[in-house]
Design a protein around this ligand. Sequence first.
Ligand code: VG1
Ligand code: CO
Length: 542
Amino acid sequence: MIVTHSTTPFEGQKPGTSGLRKKVRVFAQPNYAENFVQAVFDVAERPDGSTLVIGGDGRYHNRTVIQQAIRIAAANGYARVLVGKGGILSTPAASHVIRKYGASGGLILSASHNPGGPDEDFGIKYNIANGGPAPEAVTEAIYARTQTIDRWLSIEAPDIDLDSLGESRVGELTVEVIDPVADYADLMGILFDFDLIREKVAGGLTMAFDAMHAVTGPYAREILEGRLGFPAGTVRNGEPLEDFGGYHPDPNLVHAKALYDTMMGEGAPDLGAASDGDGDRNLIIGRGIFVTPSDSLAMLAANAHLAPGYAGGLKGIARSMPTSAAADRVAEALGIPAWETPTGWKFFGTLLDAGKATICGEESAGTGSDHVREKDGLWAVLLWLNILAATGKSVRQIAQEHWSRFGRNYYARHDYEGIETAPAKAVMDRVEGKLDNLPGTAIGDLVVSNADSFGYTDPVDGSVSRNQGLRVVFEGGSRLVLRLSGTGTEGATIRLYIERYEPADGRLDGDTTAMLADLVSAADDIAGIAAITGRTAPDVIT
Ligand code: VG1
Ligand code: CO
């Protein structure tokens, strides 16, 4: 029997860069998650007989919302729900399951790299039938619906057993608990040369993978230790925990410091890698060398043809605007288009669907391809492994050869976290107010050639997104980008992206901090972050 629960709207149920993210205590309020899920079902395209995929990164509160979402789905006429065992589905695996089983969409319960636990973060993201994040038109419609919602529907039914594979009924709805890993692992086996990698592993190729107690543990164990034969223990922190062991599952040099230390130390393995809370990001470190995500994107694109899934070549490469232009040079050399989109994977969907891009990436450690419609952490790790196996080269060699062919884009991102909204806005307003006057101005030895607020018109569907970041470009191609994060749950985070290009015959072995020093002081001059916010140094540098 369908029960109608009356409710009233909550303010601020507006999906950000990647879904709705709030503190657990916000989500745990009566009706809060229910309103949002109902709003999704009210606006989603879901023909009669639709299948819905549900899964998450295993964080605290996952199971509660999953059980409730199943009851709401049953009352809203879904025919079938596929849910990962234990409530687990990494973001890329969920994307694959949606595509493979022709679902009309999926709910991914995650706040990605944000910490988890009763006092930390939770999130809900809706993906559409192509497996990708709902585009802005859909997230805006969901938000609008949350502002008028007055009821949510459910049926009275007990919780299902999330820990046993198989089918059960919840009212008229069939719920199937699926193996969260199998389909995804099979897909990876098609894209990459597992036989070759296994042979190299037997011959001494080594790696360390830090799952950060988040969702990739079971995937990495099955694929790396199971199918590829890396020794047990290759996957570290492989048990998904509701609070990620108290850590911050963000694969960068700060939060994955232990892995970094391993890779810089004596006896480091050939490859070090880590992924985030929901498995869509990747950190790549070679023996003694960190590869920036922007460089990784470019190097993967340049060598992708070595993997069976990409042997036929790439159709195009897409990157988010703040991501360095390293990938553009590869696209140029390959004679394929390079696309520049706003931040967030939702902007790659149309390009991938239209066959205009094969590989996409973001500076925030997201890389992926048209095999799914999300960024995919393990995919990037496996492509690196395939390249190492096929070439017999080290990560360092691949990086150095790449730079001596294409030049090097020195790159860093400075994050100022947990700033109050007003000063963060003041910083953005100050830069925005200067944009028109900056071109032609000299700051130290740098001369501004161009400054604007990035806007994007989707080349496939014509949709327009404005205010996607402030750019200041200098003569010679160096660049500063400033934007506010859209994934935080407290205050504001200012992201300052800094890039400098050195041509192939330039300085390729410089220290990143030194190479970017004059740009950092130009940023200080232009944005006045220290003066306005009182923060003299970023919280995180990636
Ligand atoms: C950040 C990254 C962006 C990424 C997004 C979601 O967004 O900058 O590149 O797509 O997180 O990634 P923002 O708005 O905070 O800068 V994930 O792994 O959190 O789904
Ligand atoms: Co993520």
